[in-house]
Design a protein around this ligand. Sequence first.
Ligand code: ASP
Length: 598
Amino acid sequence: MLRTHTCGELRLENVGTEVTLTGWVQRIRDKGGMIWIDLRDRYGITQLMLEENQTAPEVIEAARSLGREFVVQATGTVIERKSKNPNLLTGDIEIQLKNLTVLNPAKLPPFLVEDDTDGGDDLRMKYRYLDLRRNPVRKNLELRHRMAQHTRIYMDAQDFIEVETPVLIKSTPEGARDFVVPSRMNPGEFYALPQSPQTFKQLLMVSGFDRYYQIVKCFRDEDLRADRQPEFTQIDCEMSFVEQEDILQMFEGLIRHLFKMVKGMELGEVPRMTYVDAMKFYGSDKPDTRFGMQFVELKGTFDTIDLTSGKNFGVFDAAELVVGINVPGAANYTRKQIDELTEWIKRPQIGAKGLVYVRYNEDGTIKSSVDKFYSEEDLKHWVVAFQAKPGDLMLIISGDAAKARKQLNELRLEMGTRLGLRKPDDYKVLWVLDFPLLEWGEEEGHPNAGRWFAMHHPFTSPKPEDISLLDSNDNIELGAIRANAYDMVINGTEVGGGSIRIFNRDLQAKMFKLLGFSDEEAKAQFGFLMDAFEFGAPPHGGIAFGFDRLCSLFGGADSIRDFIAFPKNNSGRDVMIDSPSPIAQKQLDELSIGVVKK
Ligand code: ASP
């Protein structure tokens, strides 16, 4: 090694030792008689010191010619510092320099390689290798490494084996578009990159592997929303001879293990909520349970007593759902603040028509924006329904049930943020269970529009007691079929999801039919899986965790990008290597692809 120690290693007990360090020049302070240099490597920062009458002139000259990010080798003696720096692990000592060798000079970096940098996102992405030198980014990748290590330790201890599945496969419909790869040797034919190893892990169960996992790259060619990456990593898992309960226990165990080993936190029991309750009380299948403010229905789609109709308030009379939240201690919100919230919720991204408020004042009086229609007596019933206390503010939305729930979910999260109830270091883990098997494609122009599609994926098993409904022609009944499917949610973010699978050929064929596949299409795309089901497929089920997201949550950050060494930007581009990029006509010809992008 070109060094005897790292830059994070030396302490008072090393005083008097001669050492050689290597690293990058973070900062130079030249005070005339004395020069200090902060030398940085992955492990920390150590201060080097030169003194006019103590250090050889040529070494002083070499130090004065250094610039930021020069790579150097420095030899000297460890001495105790006069003014100690408690913020540095090495802050008690410094190195009295004897020798300095420049291993490689550096151009002036385009942004400050320091914790607080002056570089914007784009610049840091273009020079990602410099960004990765910064502590916060490096620490994120170290966290990711620890998460992966502890995942492997837990899975291995539970008898899971890591099996690699292929990256060049054939399309599997999991809801997104596939990235495709042309095959030179098979003109006109394409591989697809896996959206997940779903069918392979199921085949491994047929092979008798019993417990499989893999920390694996997956690819989805989706329209890029903020903080989505076209390639991302999953902890992908599958088990044989299990019921839903076994999976929940096993993977609650994984998360508990990770919290303990990586964050030193005891997680305790993970609560469970049905999909129906999640929608009813939070308007979302991934509720943030760090805070309350559960939905209260004044006129509902469940067994709610209608507390609003027949008072000449046309908006509520016409609404399918009238639903609100009680914001504790917010009765002192001014008219201006409420108007501002109303504008916020009316923005096109959220799209509510309006916001009704009821203020339960500290003095016990009740004041609402619909006093014209509802008497104090009426409003008292609302207050009881909301379980509001003097000083609280009730915010109410109405309209089409699905839309109103979605809008109120946004408002609830916003109020949680405004009241400081969504702390990144407060972790609330939740299982959401009993998802619907099928979903009706509403979104116009989407490939799923106007048909049933699998809410999780086509291999998900209906609950045994709901299987008979698969033959129904009634859309309400079909929509009510529940799946043995589950999601793990942390702080309002879905971190994992999975299901118990279909392992019977006939049931799988029926499922494909329901999803609009003809027999031929099902056979062409999934014949291999259905054939396998006829050769002794065990009951099985599994789950996959979004590893990047899990890391960002553990790191207390919103963005997954900083937990990926070389991420793509929001347009799916790698701006450092400049990809995607056009390829030469010769390459296209070889691949039998005719069109050249100019
Ligand atoms: N393959 C599924 C996914 O990627 C997870 C699973 O069902 O295990 O969402």
